[in-house]
Design a protein around this ligand. Sequence first.
Ligand code: NAP
Length: 266
Amino acid sequence: MTIRVAIAGARGKMGKEAVHTVMNHAEMELVSVLDYKKVGDTLADTKLFPSDFTAPIYIDLEQLNAETKPDVLIDLTTPEFVYEHTKQALELNVRPVVGTTGFSDEQLEELKALSKESKIGCIIAPNFAIGAVLMMKFAEQAAKYLPDIEIIEMHHDQKLDAPSGTAMKTAHLISQQRPIHEQGHVHEKEILEGARGANYDGMRIHSVRLPGLVAHQQVLLGGEGQMLTLRHDSFNRGSFMSGVILSIQTVMEKEELIYGLEHIID
Ligand code: NAP
């Protein structure tokens, strides 16, 4: 069976990569693209893609759905729009595969309920890179034994949200394995605000934004006389595409929302 795929954010860095990935997959068809401004009638009109990339562009998801009937909507847009897109897709019985980060916990809970009620699968993956997902799993495992932890995430300087979705997800997984406790000296004082990073249940998260970076994260786990460092680097956006393909295939078989690729890889 061919899976009919629509992409929101196709002109972006991740979106462009996803367009090529879907176009080159034998069991998938790119049926349409969702944009938010008039950039041409088809992908080829944007001049960002070859002339035979003729998927039509819509600015209205309802119309896109009525005319091109996608099974799956991939969202690679911005934190500002992703919640609305995901909610609307679920209401239209289109399965969302979401790579955009920046959901609040309340939004995730709402989408979880909506997906369960409508029995329409949805996969939200803060990180599509399989190596990054393994890093999160290993950090969760190690936190039981080395519960004093700091996370350093590093991304390109065009990223809109901080900390990254991956860092938030890592902290969430770790927090289920270690008792909540403040780290560092009890009388610790920040001479410069923010020096100790964000505080997630006592764990510190530091966000670095620099040109040249793609997506990188270190989890530092300190113990008496020792430190374990877990590090993952995405050097280019190709690193995310095997996770995108796996998510598209898996979401077709699901009837609920799955948050994080770690729940679909063994
Ligand atoms: P990007 O290059 O800025 O691409 C975003 C694209 O979305 C832009 O072309 C933008 O158009 C378009 N857009 C904005 N609002 C839209 C809307 N309402 N409808 C349709 N298109 C819209 O960013 P990126 O680096 O590709 O990243 C996209 C998202 O994926 C970010 O949230 C990023 O954090 C996330 N990401 C996830 C992973 C993962 O593994 N899950 C990996 C990397 C990045 P304009 O430029 O014209 O506004």
